[in-house]
Design a protein around this ligand. Sequence first.
Ligand SMILES: C[S@@+](CC[C@H](N)C(=O)[O-])C[C@H]1O[C@@H](n2cnc3c(N)ncnc32)[C@H](O)[C@@H]1O
Length: 398
Amino acid sequence: MNGCFKIPAYPQAMESWWWQRSLNNWPEVSELRIMNHIRDEIVVQSDRFNKDRIFSPQSYSSRTLSILAYGNFFFPRTWLQNTLVLAEAIDLRGWEAPKKGSIRVLDLGAGSGPAGLAALRLLRERGIANRIELRAIDYSSKSLDQLKSIHAENGNLWPNTSLKTERFDLRKARPNTSSNSYDLVLMSSSLNEIAEGKDSRQMATSLAWISEGLKPGGFLIIVEPALKQACDRLHEASLGLGKASLHLHGPYFNGAPCPFVLSGAQYHSHEVRRRKPPAIVQRLNQPLGLSINDNKFGFILLSRKKPISFDQDPSVLRLVSPVIKKKGVYAFVGIGGDAKERNYEIQNRDLSAPEHRELIKALERGDVLRLGSWETYEEGRRVRIPHASAIEILWKPK
Ligand SMILES: C[S@@+](CC[C@H](N)C(=O)[O-])C[C@H]1O[C@@H](n2cnc3c(N)ncnc32)[C@H](O)[C@@H]1O
C-alpha cells in the first residue's frame, strides 16, 4: 500500500529494562508478588487518569512503585502515541531536520521520558543523522532520574544524543527557553495536568508562550489521553492560536480546527490504533482486564510555518471512525480537506480483488486518504467511492 509508513516497534530493550529494574528493586520477593504489587498500583494510576484526576508531584514519584508501574505498563503506550504523531509530522506534515547542526528537542512534563526517547529513536530509525540534544523538564526529580538511567544504559538505541534534565514546576513559572531554539517541543499526556483547572483560553496563552521556543520550522506536538474533556479543551485552545502566529498542522488539513468542537458534537477528535502491546503489559493485565489493545489518544500539531496545502474538498480525508460493514457497504466517517464531516462508503461489489477488501479492512481511525474520484449525495453529506483503486493512502502507519 502506498503511503504506508513503517513505525518502529517498542524496543524489546525498553521492555526488559523496566522489568529488570522492578526485579532489582525487590531482590528478595518472588516475581509473582512483584507482578501483583505492580498490578495494584496500575489500578490506582488508571483510576487517577480516568476518574479521580487529582495530580501532585507525589502522584508518580513518591514511591518507586509508582514509577515502576508507570514504566512497565503506561510508558509503552505513550511511547507508541508519540512515535505515531512524530511520524505523521515527518511523513505527511513537512517537519524537516535542520540541514546542519543539532536537532534540539524539548520535552515538557517528560516524566520518565517516553515521548523524548521515542523521538530520538524514531529520528534515528528515519535515518536522520544530526546530533540530537534532548532537554526534559518535570517537577518529579525521581522520574527524571529514571529517564537519565534509561538514556545512559540504552545508548545503542539513540547514538550521538545528549540529555539534560531539569526539575521545574511548569504551573508556577515559565522555564528558561530562548526563542527560536527548538526543532521539536513535546507535551505528552502532561498538558492536561499542567493546565488542570484552566480554561481553553488560558491554555491557548500557555501554548503561545511555549511556541516562542520553536524555530520557525519547528513543531509543537501535544498528545493527550483520549478523554473527551481533555481533547475538546485542547482543540478549543487551538482555535485561538492564530494571533500567536501559530498554525495548526494536524490532525486535519489546511490549518482548519476540529469541526466537532465548533459544532458541539457528542464525538471528539481522537485516534484509535489497534496494536498488540508488549508481552509484559499483557501479562500484567491478565487479571486486570483493562483495555490494552486499542491505543487511544488525541493530539494536535502546531508550527509557526504554514501548513501544507491539501485540496479543500471531500477528496482528502482523515478517518474519524472505524470502518463498518453493513448491507453490502463498507462505511466510515471522515473529516475532509475542507474540515467538513462526511459519511464515506464503498460498495462491497466494487471491491473486486481480495487486496481491495484487505485495503478497506486494514483502514483505521486516524488514517489519511486521498480519493481520485468520488460522488456526493444528500447535499454533500454522503460520499460514494466508486472503486478501491480510487483510494490513495496518504498516511497510514504499519
Ligand atoms: C501522565 S504523566 C506523562 C509523562 C510522560 N510525558 C509520558 O508521556 O508518559 C504527566 C507528567 O506531567 C508532569 N507534571 C504534571 N504537572 C506538572 C507541573 N506542574 N510541572 C512539571 N511537570 C508536571 C508529571 O510529573 C508527570 O511526569
